[in-house]
Design a binder for this molecule. Structure first.
Ligand SMILES: [Zn+2]
Length: 250
């Protein structure tokens, strides 16, 4: 089987194989509590992208971007952050490179909440200017995984939170050797409903962790990871069937 990771691929293999689409994992480098590694967001996005690209034909797995917009986490060590403005440029220039090379179908798998504004602005604006470039985004796997799994899968806060139950669980599937559950400590903040307060992270948790990572298990992580990969594979297959057009019935 061909390794579909561009980083590990020779020019010969690229020419010998047909790729009509790509997947781009977007991560971050930031504090994820005392129990998870700084590259958590990158590792999860990368792992999902790798699994999906191995299961669908013609999908190239691009290298993950290890830096995202992490300013709101900078009250804990050691965030390395781009500004949203920079990130918009970076994403648009990646889109432009792919488009110029004729790779015009892209799935973005995002691993980090702070990347959402940059992804939204870059992809919306780029598509208006370049409608030939087809772009799909898994914006928040942590929300999607909870939606795909039966209610009651998670014990605390719907599994949500930064380095919380869901994220710690999926890391127990992706890179268990990097997780130190004996150091897990979280806090579930009381946040208002319907209206978003723009917090600094230290205002809502003393641990650099929201949610409850002590409820994490590798069983939950396997369920989340499998549900996400299966969903993305069938999504890409459906998109291929429809020529990456949406709302075909119109
Ligand atoms: Zn994270």
């Amino acid at each position: 089987m061909v390794d579909v990771q561009l980083q590990r691929m020779t020019g010969y293999l690229l020419k010998e194989n047909y790729f009509d689409k790509a997947v781009l994992p977007l991560g971050s480098t930031e504090y994820h509590g005392d129990h998870l590694p700084f590259g958590t967001d990158t590792l999860v996005a990368e792992s999902l992208a790798d699994a999906v690209s191995k299961r669908v034909s013609g999908m190239l797995c691009l290298p993950a971007l290890p830096f995202g917009m992490s300013r709101h986490y900078s009250s804990f060590p050691l965030s390395i952050t781009l500004s949203t403005e920079t990130q918009i440029h970076v994403i648009k220039e990646i889109l432009e490179s792919l488009n110029q090379q004729g790779l015009r179908r892209l799935l973005i798998i995002n691993g980090h909440d702070g990347n959402l504004p940059g992804i939204e602005a870059a992809t919306r604006e780029y598509r208006v200017e370049h409608p030939e470039m087809k772009i799909a985004v898994l914006e928040a796997w942590w929300v999607t995984a909870a939606e795909l799994l039966p209610k009651g899968t998670f014990e605390a806060w719907g599994g949500l939170g930064h380095a919380g139950e869901g994220e710690t669980s999926i890391m127990l599937r992706v890179a268990p050797e990097l997780v130190n559950l004996s150091k897990a400590n979280g806090h579930i903040p009381k946040l208002p409903e319907h209206v978003q307060v723009k917090w600094l992270f230290k205002e809502i948790t003393p641990f650099g962790v929201t949610g409850d990572p002590t409820k994490a298990t590798s069983e939950k992580g396997i369920l989340m990871w499998n549900a996400l990969v299966d969903h993305l594979v069938s999504f890409v297959e459906d998109m291929d069937r429809d020529g990456w057009e949406v709302d075909k019935q119109q």
